[in-house]
Write a protein that binds this ligand. Structure first.
Ligand code: ADP
Length: 486
């Protein structure tokens, strides 16, 4: 609530939005949290770039759009950048897709420099200018990760926008990506005051660090789990940035992500061959059969099926997985991995699958329908992350009765609890980040699956019954918005 009693107006500024431009968890959050916030009484709208293919996906999904009569303009790098504003109601949430030349390249650049970072700065300025083109002005700009971190920086240090007095929240979905690049010619081209480039603001060992600037400049900072909020203040987790996060800790809080439980629902999922639920688990066997068949394995195999759906990057711990290939094969389980990412990790898994073709299969790439079949058809979901801000996959797997085996880190620690604790739990966890640690938990899971079907079913049901809705977390975000409006 604002002081006048009206609903607080929040603009979500995001460069990913499921189901139109999702790359990872940020896309899922941006696609589902606004709906929950709206239900909680927040007047929330979303602005996002129309990256290549986005408007086509919007049309293909039957979402109606209109083009706003006015364009949005931003001054950057000595010229005016304009964008068409395509307005849509996505499940009741007003969403603005900004369509411009600036967003015609790939969504995320592989190399960061002034030129490849520019679309993100332009996007933030256009988000700040949006209020001049539509009949609605946000009280709070809610930004996400380095790709929209320029916005709080502009509100604090831009020669024009710092006069406007807007409030901002910076949500950290993954502190590993910070938006670091050479300062020349960014400082002059961006319109930021030259004095904003110093070690207590956005300067970082001689470079620009947009995320650092966003953290310092934002009115409040959140991250996506309470454990990660603590971890990122330590040198082990975020190295040089940890000092800044520690310094800013009074405005930092961890709010766990929820899931779009309607989208991730084994009882309503159109991408899987048979539906199932807490009340009737029978369909899961048909999903397992279909998955085994798809992988080229015997569909009637009774062996436990371990699945992974993930970006194949260092964060996710897949070097442990391919280094343990022999031990995993020895357990008799099948291991199916869906993902793509770094060459050295993909190659490690390919080699493992060639060495153990009866046990290990890699589906290379990004495949949304197959991911649903993996979640539904698996018995065990393996997620041995080195660090994990929140993690959605372990929650999705639990919704689908696939028991998670995870490392006790970040949001995994806040959502998965070991069944061998005196009070019981919903999965298997390990702490030590090495093959022995991972295999200790994975072997316990495989043995339990093989030898104690009654307990296994209880563990599955425990996970399926967890409340992964956004309701509680949306309430915490709403409290934060209300606090900022006091
Ligand atoms: P992160 O955001 O670090 O990638 P999360 O667990 O928070 O990890 O979210 C990952 C999301 O991306 C999940 O919805 C997962 O199903 C999806 N995903 C990851 N890799 C793939 C893939 N190869 N194909 C389909 N979906 C994927």
């Amino acid at each position: 609530m604002t002081k006048s009693g009206s609903a607080v107006k929040v603009l979500f500024v995001t460069t990913e939005l499921a189901p139109f431009s999702k790359v990872g968890g940020l896309g899922d959050v941006a696609g589902s949290l606004p709906k929950a916030l709206r239900q909680a009484g927040v007047d929330v709208r979303v602005v996002t770039p129309a990256w290549p293919g986005v408007l086509e996906r919007v049309a293909a999904l039957g979402v109606k759009t209109t083009t706003v009569r006015a364009k949005v303009y931003a001054a950057y790098d000595w010229r005016i950048h304009s964008a068409n504003i395509i307005k849509a109601s996505v499940d009741g949430v007003t969403t603005y897709f900004l369509d411009a030349e600036d967003y015609s390249g790939s969504q995320y650049p592989s190399q960061l420099n002034f030129w490849s970072a520019s679309p993100f700065a332009v996007f933030c300025m256009q988000a700040l200018e949006l209020k001049n083109a539509i009949d609605w002005e946000p009280d709070i700009y809610h930004c996400h990760d380095w790709t929209s971190a320029f916005l709080p920086c502009a509100l604090a240090w831009h020669r024009h926008y710092r006069q406007t007095g807007g409030k901002s929240i910076m949500t950290l979905h993954n502190v590993a990506y910070q938006g670091i690049f050479e300062p020349y010619p960014f400082l002059e081209a961006s319109g930021l005051e030259p004095w904003s480039f110093n070690s207590s603001t956005m300067e970082f060992y001689g470079q620009v660090n947009l995320l650092k600037g966003g953290i310092v400049a934002a009115t409040a900072v959140t991250t996506v789990s309470p454990t990660y909020a603590n971890e990122i203040q330590t040198y082990e987790s975020t190295r040089e940035l940890s000092g800044i996060l520690y310094q800013q800790r009074s405005k930092l809080r961890g709010i766990i992500n929820g899931l779009d439980v309607k989208f991730w629902d084994p009882n309503g999922d159109k991408s899987i061959p048979a539906k199932f639920s807490v009340k009737d688990l029978r369909g899961k066997a048909a999903c397992k059969k279909a998955l085994l068949e798809r992988a080229g394995f015997d569909p009637n195999s009774e062996a436990p099926v371990i699945v992974c759906v993930s970006r194949l990057v260092e964060q996710k711990g897949f070097d442990m997985v391919f280094n343990a290939a022999g031990q995993i094969a020895e357990t008799g389980a099948k291991l199916l991995i869906l993902g793509s990412g770094n060459d050295w990790i993909e190659n490690g898994i390919i080699q493992a699958s060639e060495a153990y073709p009866q046990s290990i299969k890699l589906f290379r790439g990004y495949d949304e329908p197959l991911s649903h079949l993996m979640y539904a058809g698996g018995d065990i979901f393996l997620m041995p992350s080195v660090f994990e801000p929140c993690g959605l996959s372990q929650m999705i797997s639990m919704r689908y009765g696939t028991v998670p085996v995870v490392r006790e880190v970040g949001g995994l620690r806040d959502t998965v609890f070991d069944v061998d604790r005196p009070e019981g739990g919903n999965g298997f966890t390990f702490l030590t980040c090495d093959v022995d640690g991972m295999m200790w938990a994975l072997r316990r899971a495989v043995e339990r699956y093989n030898n104690n079907k009654v307990q296994w079913k209880e563990i599955m049901l425990e996970g399926m019954r967890e409340d992964f809705t956004w309701d509680k977390s949306a309430g915490l975000y709403k409290n934060l918005y209300d606090e900022l409006m006091q």
